[in-house]
Design a protein around this ligand. Structure first.
Ligand code: FAD
Length: 491
């Protein structure tokens, strides 16, 4: 009997296909097919995971259920009771938005996640800190991506990380919409209606969804209404990323990765690179994943000399404006640096393509990074409260050479989940915000008594109640982490 004829085998085949799907579109299509075949309603978020488990009781699925069940059994989730009545909207299917959505689903919340892109196409490879690797392994990452941090590997491409988290989120009942852009909040209009979102396309069904928690994980450039950002400016730093096709040949496999070499630690390498190629770098990293990924910090003078930047300019924005960059020279610069740093052992370097089907090479400024001035707030209109929290780059942009983006982003996800948990349990909103504030960075007592920006008069009948909180994930010292961090990691 073929899989098509045998419904049991077919459901296993569909699940296996979903688990191994390699694009966002395939994940979503296979998931829909699986739900259809098993007659499961993906919007039944409360029972979806339990029903899926009941229907898929074979070894491959069971291995994953064991991992998820172990995680879900943590007492802090209290079997999904704390947020059983909480409705959350999460903006952004980057790693941090997805990771937050998973935590909220484990706490029992109804979670709708919006993503403006329709595909996951970011080849760039992220270094992961040990505790994030452990966190992802414990959630079954290896089931979805067999190569996940095998042996001593400690990195993964952004797109693979998103795929792992997307699959988990769907299994846990998160409703994910791609190709939908969030354009702001819609205030409650009359008694009985709640907070909604203004979306593009505006007729999208998610625009009628009413929620009481809004999590913004829209990345470094996204600032939700009502939040302010601070600029952190350092000395001029120009980053270049380049991705080359990984043909997965034996010769390519043998080329060692460069997990980060900085000028001060290997002066000869950088001197030789400059003498032989005219390329002057501060540091370079090379990781192998779906692509051969290089990221480096280049000195302005060598970019000018090699004709990558055409005209010098004291203003960084104008210096790196597309009109002032010679694209061809940039490709040559990146290729030469990649070839030299790998001893010319990577044969036939061919650029991988990005979402625009162009060579996946980018030059960016990280002289200036942003962080939010506060991480969460509560708004109230017509008697309806809305808790808003920021996570990931939206909260604080990382300094890429430190590889702290995901590490800090996931901590913010846990922090936010803890805050939503208190919200769901009916804790007074001032207390919810105060709890999310790391005691070691000033202390909740001080904050509550300060209540800076507490009342901001809006156009509504009642004053808007706003309490600003400093970003919880910013504590630089891991020993200073909040209760949330400690508790979530104890499991
Ligand atoms: C060169 C470089 C190297 C790096 N290396 C590392 C590293 O080694 N390790 C590490 O941990 N981090 C690294 N980082 C940082 C890391 O990439 C980020 O911290 C991480 O991607 C942030 O995830 P996020 O989910 O917060 O945001 P993002 O990944 O930016 O995701 C935001 C999502 O929101 C969506 N979105 C935005 N606006 C809207 C809207 N209006 N409506 C709907 N959707 C919207 C976007 O399409 C996007 O998918 C590096 C960054 C750079 C630039």
């Amino acid at each position: 009997m073929t899989d098509q004829q045998n419904p049991v085998n077919l459901s296993h085949a569909l699940f296996d296909r979903f688990v191994l799907a390699g694009t966002c579109k395939d994940v979503r299509q296979n998931f829909s097919e699986l739900c259809r075949h098993l007659q499961l309603d993906a919007q039944d978020y409360r029972h979806f995971y339990g029903k899926l488990k009941e229907k898929l009781n074979y070894w491959n699925a069971k291995e994953l259920w064991e991992k998820i069940d172990k995680r879900a059994a943590h007492p802090d989730y209290d079997q999904g009771k704390p947020c059983a009545k909480t409705k959350c909207l999460v903006l952004g299917a980057g790693p941090c938005g997805l990771r937050t959505a998973i935590e909220l689903a484990l706490l029992g919340a109804q979670v709708v996640l919006l993503e403006k892109r329709t595909s996951f196409s970011r080849n760039n490879v992220l270094h992961l800190w040990p505790y994030t690797i452990r966190d992802l392994r414990n959630l079954g990452a290896k089931k979805f991506y067999g190569k996940f941090c095998s042996g001593s590997l400690d990195h993964i491409s952004i797109r693979q990380l998103q795929l792992i988290l997307l699959k988990l989120a769907l299994i846990l009942g998160v409703e994910v919409h791609t190709g939908v852009t969030y354009n702001g909040l819609v205030e409650p209009q009359a008694s009985g209606t709640g907070w909604r979102a203004l979306l593009l396309p505006d007729s999208h069904p998610a625009s009628s969804y009413q929620f009481d928690v809004f999590i913004s994980a829209g990345g470094g450039r996204f600032v939700p209404d009502g939040f302010k950002r601070k600029e952190l400016r350092g000395k001029l730093a120009i980053g270049i990323t380049a991705n080359f096709v990984n043909h997965r040949t034996k010769a390519e496999a043998q080329v060692p990765e460069i997990s980060g070499v900085a000028r001060i630690y290997n002066q000869k390498f950088f001197r030789d690179l400059q003498t032989e190629m005219g390329i002057d770098l501060e540091n370079i990293v090379y990781y192998k994943d779906d692509t051969h990924y290089f990221v480096m910090t280049a000195k302005k003078n060598s970019l000018l000399k090699k004709g990558v930047i055409m005209q010098d300019n004291a203003n960084v924005e104008q210096l790196l404006a597309p009109a002032n960059v010679n694209g061809e020279a940039l490709l040559n610069y990146a290729r030469d640096a990649a070839e030299f740093s790998t001893g010319r052992k990577l044969p036939n370097l061919e650029f991988a393509t990005n979402h625009n089907a162009e060579a996946d090479v980018a030059m960016f400024d990280f002289t200036c990074m942003h962080r939010a001035e506060y991480s969460s707030m509560v708004m109230e209109r017509k008697g309806k409260k809305l808790l808003i929290g920021l996570v990931g780059d939206c909260l604080v942009e990382p300094f890429w050479p430190l590889g702290t983006g995901i590490a800090r982003g996931f901590l913010a996800a846990f922090d936010t989940a803890w805050m939503v948990r208190s919200w769901g349990k009916g804790t007074a909103h001032m207390q919810v915000l105060a709890e999310s504030f790391p005691a070691t960075c000033g202390g909740p007592a001080e904050l509550v008594s300060e209540t800076h920006g507490l009342v901001q008069k809006g156009e509504s009948e009642r004053p808007e109640s706003v309490l600003e909180v400093w970003p919880g994930a910013l504590c630089p010292d891991p020993t200073l982490q909040t209760q949330t961090h400690r508790r979530v990691h104890s499991g």
